[in-house]
Design a protein around this ligand. Structure first.
Ligand code: CP
Ligand code: NVA
Length: 306
């Protein structure tokens, strides 16, 4: 049966650890100049309804490195733009291509694609989830700290798509997560409730609080994301007010553990959710996270498409 990755929640702890191990193997081989090409002859379809630098380029380069090829499918140039249903398009594309990555707004849209395709669908970000980002983040923590379990991740800011996938991956890998969010910007209750059950099984803790300093205390990793996500541009001014004080800066860095990792999925707004000096400082692993999108997504493609 085909497997999709629409959320982290549908992966088991074993799936996640397998993807992270394979990521390390593929990264090592690529760096040693001995890349593997298990996807020769395979084609990845790419639909991006929102802008993207990292996700789009890392998937496209990733499939090339694995021996396959990408076909970029702008919705405006497909018949979908003229009203052909996803249900029909999905079945047609399944006859040509071997997997798809989709970035869109409504999470239900990727569910609809997954329902009608007979090929794996990978969520490249929706308003609700960003599973590929969370896999790269967990891999980055693993690389730097040698473990994930029992560490503490502090997420400061908006309870958004990135936060949701981080909550889910922490719950599945046994990492503690403390989120400091302003009132009205907390993560989705249903996602948190489900994750709390998983976290209990793995012996880890999820807490949603208001106070950034409290979340950051003794943290092994400090993570943030933009205050206004794609599609929320009109709310930017209102959000700048609401998120005042929810910035990763020296004050937060100093209350965390000395070797704390500074993390951000990018793109970043310096001076808003993160101070420029902390972003460029020695604790920052932000550009490793971006690089690791490539390695972890290659692992995902090998497992799903091969
Ligand atoms: N972090 C991330 O998904 O970046 P892009 O929007 O550039 O793909
Ligand atoms: N929360 C951000 C993540 C960008 C990678 C957004 O959805 O715009």
């Amino acid at each position: 049966m085909k497997k999709d990755i629409l959320t982290i929640n549908e992966l088991s702890p074993e799936d996640i650890s397998d993807i992270l191990n394979l990521s390390a193997e593929l990264k090592g081989k690529q760096k040693a100049g001995k890349p593997e090409c298990p996807l020769i002859g395979k084609t990845l379809g790419m639909i991006f309804e929102k802008p993207s630098t990292r996700t789009r380029v890392s998937f496209e380069v990733g499939i090339y490195q694995l021996g396959g090829q990408a076909v970029v499918l702008p919705v405006s140039e497909l018949q979908i733009g003229r009203g052909e249903p996803i249900a029909d398009t999905a079945r047609v594309l399944s006859r040509y291509i071997d997997g798809m990555v989709i970035r869109t707004f409504d999470h239900q849209t990727v569910e609809e694609w997954a329902q009608y395709t007979s090929i794996p669908v990978i969520n490249g970000l929706t308003d609700l989830h960003h599973p590929c980002q969370a896999l790269a983040d967990a891999f980055t923590i693993m690389e730097r700290k040698g473990q994930i379990r029992r560490l503490k991740l502090a997420y400061i800011g908006d309870g958004n798509n990135v936060a949701h996938s981080l909550i889910e991956i922490c719950a599945k890998t046994g990492m503690n997560i403390s989120l400091a969010c302003p009132k009205g910007y907390e993560p989705d209750k249903g996602i948190v409730e489900q994750a709390m059950k998983d976290a209990k099984r793995m012996g880890s803790r999820i807490e949603i609080i208001k106070e950034p300093l409290e979340a950051a205390r003794y943290a092994d990793a400090l993570y943030t994301d933009v205050w206004a996500s794609m599609g929320q541009e009109k709310e930017h001014k209102k959000r700048v007010k609401a998120f005042k004080g929810y910035q990763i800066n020296k004050k937060l860095l100093n209350i965390a553990k000395p070797e704390v990792l500074i993390m951000h999925c990018l793109p970043a707004h310096r001076g808003e959710e993160i101070a420029g000096d902390v972003m460029e400082g020695k604790n920052s692993v932000i550009f490793d996270q971006a690089e690791n999108r490539l390695h972890t997504q290659k692992a995902v493609m090998v497992r799903l498409i091969k």
